[in-house]
Design a protein around this ligand. Sequence first.
Ligand code: AMP
Ligand code: ZN
Length: 465
Amino acid sequence: MELKLYDTLTKDKRAFVPLDRNNVRMYVCGPTVYDFAHIGNARPVIVFDVLFRLLRHHYGADHVSYVRNITDVDDKINDRAARDFPGLPLNDAIRKVTEQTERQFHEDVDALGALRPTVEPRATEHILEMRAIIEKLIANGNAYVAQDHVLFAVATMPAYGQLARRSLDEMMAGARVDVASYKRDEMDFVLWKPAKPGEPSWPSPGGITVEGRPGWHIECSAMAWKHLGQQFDIHGGGIDLVFPHHENELAQSCCAFHEERMANVWMHNGFLQVEGEKMSKSLGNFVTIRELLADWPGEVLRLNMLKTHYRSPIDWTIKGLEESAKTLDDWYVAAGDAKGERVATGVLEALADDLNTPQMIAALHGLRSSAVAGDERARDEFAASLKLVGLLAETRAAWASRKQQDAGIDAAKVESLIADRASARARKDFKESDRIRDELVAMGVVLKDGKGADGKPVTTWEVAR
Ligand code: AMP
Ligand code: ZN
């Protein structure tokens, strides 16, 4: 099956041809670790996890490298460290903040069912590579030293602006007026800057005698180079990263290595807003993954994210979550712990078409209908397809009991009432069987009468939402 992906750079959807099918390489910009990740940050995590899983399915699990960095040097981190640990030396406080935030991030994205990337490099462990790229850029005439900063000279790269599709003139018109005096050109961006006293700092490149620290964009160029090489297949992130972050990564890497491309395909997820509004702390609609996980299983958040195509904006709503939860409850019952050995063609076709997850979900609904009508092959394909995209990770019993715990329902009591009802029905005491059903309904339990594999009647139950 041919995988097609949309490329932000060329603005077209085309067949994906890896540089090396034995080592398909993807880089996705990861979190800056200073606070709990919000549900918008979960979008690239889930979207590129689905792509990672699809690539592994297609090329083999050992033939895909997925790098997602951890940005652990940033002003926001320094500010948070000084605020939260005022008694500690800044560098110790920073370590506390970054380690704690990284741990929280992992707990959150694990709960969303995201596979760990192949490598999760930390920026501060790649300072040597950053300095090496900066030295190359200076030697190539693409960067210059001014007042202990190193700047990238955008005028030396005629193609600058290709990703954002903006000309230099347009970008200059949009740039802020107060341009730092050390810049030759207002669009020039920082590769390296002097550190303030007490801040983390490293020996500087370019013959600068004071210690300094890297700019944000150079971090990703360095980590991608170290772990994926000068050129690789896919570079991803949220749409807000196109300019300036990815434009600048691309400029740095292409100019340092004399390459025409950094990545063959640039992929960007659309933005997520909450209940129709841009998420912001001041509006009070800022939701962390952690808060949502207190109310919803991770799979509900994952399915809810996949209902929208990754390039479209998402409006994240409670109503949507309730629907996703209902769908999953139903799907767990329909899949009925099938082994799940063969992924459905319709699901693979949908995913291969630039990760068309809404179409995939339509295909899943179709498989579900066939499965509950007794088509065992459809049931197996249904289960395998759900597992492929990181759903159905639990057994049906575990899924049901999680809901029972949430609802405070005593499962043993329910089972015993169901057994009493079955014997009442067997002796045709329908008054009693109806009474028991009503008692269960009053407890918040919904009964489903069906037939088991042996044709005998079975009653399953779930917690009413
Ligand atoms: P940040 O920590 O802000 O650099 O964001 C980490 C990742 O989350 C980046 O790929 C961003 O593009 C992405 N991101 C941030 N906010 C949103 C949002 N509201 N919707 C979708 N993606 C987002
Ligand atoms: Zn990046």
